[in-house]
Design a protein around this ligand. Structure first.
Ligand code: GDP
Length: 369
């Protein structure tokens, strides 16, 4: 899974990215400081995998991973090429979902930049969201218009493309009115057609509302956060309150210290953990586990994946030669105390090709090639 972090300059993208990856992307009060997108891999926290590793003491413990990409440089006019625009849009296109960081903190020392670095404007989450949305919508419009042209040409030879041209024409109208493809109302068939076009404003989105410490401690009274939440609710998107600066402090601590610090703040999990959980549910992702002396490992799949395709994540041979999956739910294993005890109780199931893998399934695949 790949998450693209976007937002206007100086909203806290790099700070968040650093906290997430500890990769040292430069954070400075300077627009366009991150010119190349910075990518970082992060382990998906999973207490079940930790427990399995305790039991099996394997040679290798491999968590599922999420890739974060810090996509800086989006400003008003980016879709026209300002702020190195188009390159950034291409980076967004490669992401599975967008994390849109929105500035929800006041700080006189940090410029709020919308169009260019010479003008400082008041903090305005709604305006910021609109600005970024509009850039993405304009980029989509260009793409959709090209698609209409192509379909019209093709329709001269084959009438079936007439429908395609029509669908994309009405989508173009919708985009031209400043609305995202996400909110375009159409039949499932047309939606499937549109889904072939890889549009930016079709991607699932999480709004990360970056507040200061004070604002984070009292979200209900935080006007900026409330505004972002309203936008998210209206779009059916996710909203995640986050304090990037605090996250950076959290990231520098380890283990017990981190837990204590979080407790002091009155939160159970770090922003990273919450962000990953939020993206998992947004994208309909779950994890299954493989276990043994060699390796304990968590694997990411989409909810609704059948056993052979889940096996294919591990190796195409296992999918090709799939015989059966021996499945034990982690919960059952934990209740019984060990795999052997769960087996004795008959909780280890043998599942076939049609089995839909569940979150937390511990699986041993039988295959033959
Ligand atoms: P980017 O351009 O969106 O990547 O923004 P940066 O992460 O580089 O942040 C710009 C400036 O804002 C830096 O000086 C950060 O330290 C500061 N900053 C980020 N988050 C917060 C916050 O929650 N509160 C305050 N006061 N400053 C922040």
């Amino acid at each position: 899974m790949k998450l693209g972090i976007v937002g206007l300059p100086n909203v806290g993208k790099s700070t968040l990215f650093n906290a997430i990856t500890n990769a040292g992307a430069e954070s400075a009060n300077y627009p366009f400081c991150t010119i190349e997108p910075k990518a970082g891999m992060v382990a998906v926290p999973d207490a079940r995998l930790d427990r399995l590793a305790e039991i099996y003491e394997p040679d290798k413990k491999t968590p599922a991973v999420v890739e974060f990409v810090d996509i800086a440089g989006l400003v008003k006019g980016a879709s026209q090429g300002a702020g190195l625009g188009n390159k950034f849009l291409a980076n967004i296109r490669e992401s599975d979902a967008i994390v849109h960081v929105v500035r929800c903190f006041d700080d006189e020392n940090i410029m709020h930049v919308v169009a260019d670095a010479s003008t400082n404007v008041p903090v305005d989450p709604l305006g910021d969201i609109e600005t970024i949305d509009l850039e993405l919508i304009m980029a989509d419009l260009e793409m959709v218009n090209r698609r209409v042209e192509k379909a019209q040409k093709a329709a001269k030879g084959d009438k079936k493309f007439l429908r395609e041209a029509e669908v994309f024409r009405s989508l173009a109208k919708h985009l031209d009115a400043g609305k995202s493809a996400r909110t375009f109302d159409c039949s499932p068939e047309d939606a499937a057609l549109i889904a072939t076009s890889d549009l930016l404003t079709l991607k699932p989105i999480i709004y990360a509302a970056n507040t200061d410490e004070e604002g984070f401690a009292n979200l209900e009274k935080n006007r900026y956060f409330q505004q972002v939440r309203q936008v998210a609710q209206a779009e059916g998107a996710e909203v995640l309150p986050i304090c990037a600066k605090l996250e950076q402090d959290v990231a520098e601590l380890d283990g017990e210290e981190r837990q204590m610090f979080l407790e002091e703040l009155g939160v159970k999990e770090s922003g990273l953990d919450r962000l990953i959980k939020c993206s998992y549910s947004l994208l309909g992702l779950i994890s299954f586990l493989t276990y043994g002396k060699d390796e304990c490992r968590a694997w990411t799949i989409r909810r609704g994946t059948k056993a052979p395709q889940a096996a294919g994540k591990i190796h195409t041979d296992i999918e090709r030669g799939f015989i059966r999956a021996e499945v034990l739910s982690y919960e059952d294993m934990e209740k019984c105390g060990s795999v052997a005890a769960a087996k004795e109780k008959g909780l280890l199931r043998s599942e076939g090709k049609e089995y839909l893998v569940q979150d937390g399934d511990m699986i041993y695949f039988r295959f033959n090639v």
